[in-house]
Design a protein around this ligand. Structure first.
Ligand SMILES: C[S@@+](CC[C@H](N)C(=O)[O-])C[C@H]1O[C@@H](n2cnc3c(N)ncnc32)[C@H](O)[C@@H]1O
Length: 256
């Protein structure tokens, strides 16, 4: 049997690696590195350096794969994503067939935790669905930007017995803050969606480049700190060339 290990690595900070992740890194024969360009190059370099530092108990190799192109201009978002998923699945299937010997283990390193806005497990499901591969898939959880954000602000994300919604900047901008939930974590927000919603009664706990040497944190009443976040975001982008941010929006009920 061949094995694919999906290893959540946290946010690049070596101390985010769990002992389970380190153990898993040391089982890998072939690390699959998907090259995407720009921001991802730096994230790719971080992944490689984690392997070099922690996967030391046995020899391993790296296999670079070119990411299949994705049609980002298509009006049909779902079809574009489905096509890309199928192309990635075919790429992984080729690797498993051609580059992995029976009994060997391939490793895919997922940024944060693979459970949040990460395509790896969806692609591997599509790969398995193609039918003829005898491959075992294991997942090692990692520290997500969601947990890193909560820890950095020293907050719990959930009210007592209350739900938490995790969503994207695009959805928040399109739908506004939900009526039926007081705590919303927003990811994948390239357009500062928090500036496009009604800020009444909302607090924000914002963090950028968490797990890096220079994280940025801002918290406060949304209408009072939105401008500061915009400035901090630009500064973080200027320093590093890119920025990744996550935030919690919390509605403060009068009784809270
Ligand atoms: C493709 S998703 C991957 C999320 C990842 N699987 C996780 O568990 O955090 C990328 C989004 O995660 C968030 N993110 C990733 N790294 C981050 C970081 N270092 N600091 C803050 N947010 C981050 C941002 O919202 C970014 O747009």
């Amino acid at each position: 049997v061949k094995t694919v290990l999906v290893i959540g690595i946290g946010l690049g900070e070596p101390q985010h690696l769990t002992l389970q992740a380190v153990e898993a890194l040391n089982r890998v024969d072939v690390f699959l590195v998907v090259e995407k360009g720009s921001t991802a190059d730096e994230l790719g370099a971080i992944r490689r350096s984690l392997c070099e530092r922690f996967a030391t108990s046995r020899p391993h190799r790296f296999l670079s794969l070119a990411d299949p192109p994705r049609d980002r201009n298509s009006n049909d978002y779902k079809t574009a994503v489905d096509n890309w998923t199928a192309a990635r699945a075919a790429l992984y299937a080729d690797v498993v067939r051609r580059d992995l010997a029976d009994g060997e283990c391939a490793g895919l390193l997922a940024w944060g935790d693979p459970a949040f806005y990460d395509s790896t497990l969806r692609v591997l499901d599509a790969m398995k669905a193609t039918g003829d591969l005898d491959v075992h898939i294991e997942v090692i959880p990692g520290i997500s930007s969601i947990q890193a954000l909560a820890a950095a602000h020293r907050i719990s994300l959930t009210g007592v017995g209350r739900p938490l919604q995790v969503t994207t900047g695009r959805r928040l901008a399109a739908n506004g803050f939900p009526d039926d939930c007081d705590d919303v974590v927003v990811m994948l927000d390239g357009g500062a969606a928090f500036r496009h919603i009604d800020p009444t009664g909302l607090w924000i706990y914002w963090g950028a480049n968490l797990g890096s040497e220079r994280p940025s944190l801002v918290a406060g009443q949304l209408d009072e700190v939105a401008e500061e976040i915009t400035v901090q975001r630009s500064l973080a982008r200027a320093q590093r060339g890119w920025v990744m941010d996550t935030y919690l929006l919390r509605r403060r009920r009068v009784s809270q």
